[in-house]
Design a protein around this ligand. Structure first.
Ligand code: ZN
Length: 467
C-alpha cells in the first residue's frame, strides 16, 4: 500500500466518522471546506438521502411508467395517456398546482421501413428512419451508394453524388462531434443531388444498432429520405466500396409528417412558504423517440426530478421558495414544450432562481454540471459537499439542458445538469435498447436524492442564489 493511498484511506475514515460532511481532497481540485452556513441544512439533507436510498420506489415508478405507456413520440396516443397519468399521479402524491400547459406539437409517423443491399449478396440493413424524414415512393429508392467520411469529403466528391445514396460514415467520437451528420447530413447531400441519405448511427458500435433522432432540412434543395444505419452495416458498405465493389441499396420508407396536434407540459409544485414567486425549476422531458421505451431518454429524468419533490413533500420539507417540476413535451423533435414554457412565463423569467434538467441519463459514474456566475458556483460547490454520502462530489462545467435553456436564458438563471456516464448513455440513445433493463434502482435513488438535496437547499437558503 503506498503512502498516498494510506493517506486517502485515513481521510476517508475521518469523513465517515463525521458523517461524510467533508470531502476527500482530489489532486489539483480545490474542494470547499465544511461551510458553517450549511449546518442548518444537514439534517434535512440526511433525511432526504435516507428516504431516497432506502427505497426503490422511484425505480418501480419508472418501470410502471415505461411498461404502461411505452415509447412516447410527440403527437402519439402513448404520450397523451402518459401525460394524463402523470397529472393524476402527481396529484395523488400531494404536489400542488398540478396542471397541464397546452402546446401544439409536430406529429411525425415512421410507418414501415426497410433497406437492403441488392447486390452483392443480398443483405438486409439495420436502419431506423430519421425523425422528420420524408418517405420514399411505394417501391422504394434503388441507387448506388457513395461513402463519405464527413462534410469535407462530401464537398470534395460533389461531382459523384448526383443520383446516389450518400452514406455518412464518420465513426462516433462524442455526440456533440458526430450528431451534425444526422441533423445536417441529409440536407447537405440533397443539395448535391443525392436521392437519399444513410447516416452511421450516432453512438458507439454496439449490437448492430441504428440510432434514430431528428434531422433538419434546409432551403434550396428538395428533402430526401434519410435513415440511420448500424455502424456494422456502414462499415461493411465502406469496405466493399474501398475494394472497388459497387454497392446497390434499396431504401423503402413510409415516413410522413401530419398536422400539428395538441400536447402539453405537465407542471406540479411545492409552493414556497415565504417567497412563492421565486422558482427553483426541475424537470426532464416526457416525450421520447418511437423505439424502445425512452427509459433513459428521458423517462428517468422525469421520474427523478419529480421524485425529488415527492420526497420533500413526504418528509414535510416545504422550502422558502417554490419548487416547480416541469415535465416537458416535444424535446426530441421540435422543442415546442420548452419554447412554449418560456413564452408563457416570460414575465416571470427573472423569478427563476435556478433550473436543473436531467436529460443525460443517470448512469454511473455521474457528475453535476453547473453554469452560472463565480459567486453562484462557490455556493453550489459548498452545497455539493452535502452529497458526499451518495458519492457525488464533483461539480463540473456544462450545466443546462434543452428544455430549461429558453427560460433560464431569458431570466439569466444559473443552470445545472445531472450528467450520467456518456459511454453508457449513448450506447442505447434513441435505439430500441433504451429500456429500463439498463438502469439500476440504486442509480435512480441516488439521482433523486442528489437532486432533492440540491433543490431543497437552493429553495430554502435565505438569500437567493446569485445570478
Ligand atoms: Zn432527451
Amino acid at each position: 500500500m503506498s503512502l498516498n493511498r494510506r493517506t486517502v484511506l485515513v481521510r476517508l475514515s475521518l469523513a465517515a466518522l463525521v458523517g461524510g460532511a467533508f470531502l476527500v481532497p482530489r489532486a489539483h481540485t480545490q474542494v470547499p471546506a465544511r461551510a458553517a452556513w450549511l449546518d442548518s441544512y444537514r439534517e434535512a439533507a440526511t433525511r432526504l438521502i435516507h428516504a431516497s436510498t432506502s427505497d426503490d420506489f422511484a425505480w418501480r415508478r419508472l418501470a410502471e411508467f415505461t411498461d404502461t405507456y411505452g415509447h412516447r413520440l410527440s403527437g402519439s396516443e402513448n404520450l397523451d395517456r402518459a401525460i394524463a397519468w402523470v397529472v393524476d399521479t402527481m396529484k395523488r402524491d400531494g404536489l400542488e398546482n398540478v396542471r397541464t400547459e397546452p402546446v401544439m406539437v409536430p406529429r411525425w409517423v415512421r410507418g414501415r421501413e426497410s433497406a437492403e443491399i441488392i447486390a452483392p449478396p443480398r443483405h438486409s440493413l439495420a436502419i431506423l428512419g430519421l425523425g422528420g424524414s420524408i418517405g420514399t415512393l411505394a417501391g422504394g429508392i434503388e441507387a448506388e451508394v457513395i461513402v463519405v467520411s464527413g462534410f469535407e469529403d462530401l464537398r470534395a466528391r460533389a461531382a459523384d453524388v448526383k443520383g446516389r445514396i450518400v452514406l455518412f460514415n464518420a465513426p462516433f467520437t462524442t455526440y456533440a462531434d458526430t450528431v451534425g451528420y444526422r441533423t445536417g447530413g441529409p440536407w447537405a447531400a440533397s443539395r448535391l443531388g443525392a436521392v437519399a441519405a444513410l447516416v452511421r448511427g450516432v453512438g458507439p458500435t454496439g449490437l448492430r444498432t441504428p440510432h434514430t433522432g431528428s434531422l433538419q432540412y434546409g432551403q434550396g434543395a428538395a428533402p430526401i429520405p434519410a435513415a440511420s444505419v448500424a455502424a456494422e452495416d456502414a462499415d461493411r458498405i465502406a469496405r466493399l466500396r474501398a475494394r472497388g465493389v459497387p454497392v446497390l441499396v434499396r431504401l423503402t420508407m413510409d415516413a410522413r409528417s401530419e398536422e400539428d396536434v395538441e400536447s402539453a407540459n405537465v407542471v406540479g409544485e411545492i409552493r414556497g412558504r415565504e417567497r412563492p414567486h421565486e422558482i427553483v425549476l426541475l424537470g426532464g422531458h416526457l416525450d421520447s423517440w418511437d423505439v424502445g421505451t425512452g427509459a433513459s431518454d428521458d423517462a428517468v429524468g422525469c421520474i427523478v426530478t419529480w421524485e425529488a419533490a415527492r420526497l420533500m413533500m413526504k418528509l414535510g420539507l416545504r422550502p422558502r421558495r417554490t419548487v416547480r417540476i416541469v415535465l416537458w413535451t416535444n424535446e426530441e423533435n421540435g422543442l415546442r414544450g420548452a419554447t412554449a414554457y418560456a413564452a408563457r412565463h416570460a414575465a416571470h423569467a427573472a423569478d427563476h432562481v435556478f433550473a436543473l434538467e436531467s436529460d443525460s441519463g443517470i448512469f454511473e459514474p455521474v457528475s453535476l454540471g453547473f453554469s452560472g456566475s463565480a459567486a453562484a458556483r462557490t455556493l453550489i460547490r459548498e452545497i455539493g459537499t452535502l452529497l458526499a454520502p451518495v458519492g457525488l462530489t464533483e461539480i463540473v462545467g456544462g450545466g443546462g439542458g434543452a428544455d430549461i435553456g429558453p427560460i433560464a436564458h431569458a431570466g439569466n438563471a444559473p443552470m445545472m445538469a445531472y450528467l450520467g456516464n456518456p459511454a453508457r448513455y449513448f450506447a442505447i440513445h434513441h435505439t430500441p435498447a433504451d429500456t429500463i433493463e439498463h438502469i439500476t434502482p440504486k442509480e435512480v435513488s441516488k439521482a433523486a436524492a442528489a437532486i432533492a438535496v440540491m433543490a431543497y437547499v437552493v429553495a430554502e437558503m435565505p438569500e437567493r442564489l446569485p445570478k
